[in-house]
Write a protein that binds this ligand. Structure first.
Ligand SMILES: C[S@@+](CC[C@H](N)C(=O)[O-])C[C@H]1O[C@@H](n2cnc3c(N)ncnc32)[C@H](O)[C@@H]1O
Length: 251
């Protein structure tokens, strides 16, 4: 997903993604893992809705984001502590950051390898990078399997995968040790094959990333396969968890 895509969805972003309840939940998960005496860098801060909730809990948060449209909203919340910048080339001095966070960034466009390399570069030795993934570990139900296969074909390099099994070796190669998950928060989510097919039609993938005809054909094929599943109107219930992935910069 490019900055231009996020500029377009910025006006409705917060409400369409769970609003303050999502942001407050994430802040509740992150805050106990952060030192309130030291500033926090939020990489891919977006509209600043999560950063504002961390601020309300006593943290000083600086934010970087590629989308001026998202960032304008963050500036309204956080003031001058935000800057336009690329997570793959952070405008931040090496070894100058004690703690950084990203919520729902790594699935959203930037190459996960480049972001983890930059996090490793800007963190001081011993500093931590806390990540709340959007995709995480893939659901094993029939809808999840079909959508996972589509994601693999649209993103064969796995540059937008954000589950720990995928990120841990990438991080290790860049000097970040994956310490495991912290602060699990159970979530429950339902999806029918038909609803997922409709989401694909509305551009769940094709609207999110700049794609060509070949990708559109892959999406159409997956839509047909979803609608051909048994009981396409029966929800698949997913018991999942929002987790914080903890990475530490090697000393
Ligand atoms: C799904 S939103 C999440 C925003 C925020 N962290 C939250 O949880 O509400 C993803 C954000 O990542 C930003 N983003 C995407 N690619 C980026 C990049 N290369 N550098 C910095 N930000 C990027 C987008 O502009 C968008 O604001």
């Amino acid at each position: 997903m490019t900055a231009a895509n996020f500029d377009e969805i910025a006006p409705g972003y917060d409400e369409s993604r769970g609003g303050t309840a999502r942001a407050a939940g994430f802040a509740e998960q992150l805050a106990p893992l952060l030192d309130p005496a030291r500033p926090v860098l939020d990489i891919g801060v977006g509209t600043g809705i999560v950063a504002a909730e961390l601020t309300a809990r006593g943290h000083t948060v600086f934010g970087v984001d590629l989308s001026p449209g998202m960032l304008a909203r963050a500036e309204a919340r956080l003031g001058a502590r935000v800057a336009v910048g690329d997570a793959c080339r952070l405008p931040v001095r090496s070894g100058s950051v004690d703690q950084a966070v990203s919520t729902w960034l790594l699935h959203a466009g930037p190459d996960n390898r480049a972001v983890l390399a930059e996090a490793a570069r800007v963190l001081r030795p011993g500093g931590r990078y806390l990540v709340i993934p959007a995709g995480g570990t893939r659901p094993a139900d029939d809808v999840g399997v079909l959508v996972g296969a589509l994601e693999d074909r649209l993103d064969p390099e796995g540059s937008r995968r954000d589950g720990p099994e995928w990120l841990a070796p990438i991080a290790a190669a860049r000097g970040l040790v994956y310490e495991g998950t912290a602060s699990e928060r159970p979530t429950s989510f339902q999806v029918t094959p038909r609803a997922m097919a409709e989401s694909l039609t509305r551009g769940l993938f094709t609207g999110a990333w700049a794609v060509g005809d070949e990708a559109t054909a892959l999406v159409d094929e997956t839509r047909s396969r979803l609608l051909a599943l048994p009981d396409p109107d029966v929800p698949r219930v997913r018991e999942a968890a929002d987790v914080v992935l903890v990475f530490t910069r090697k000393t």
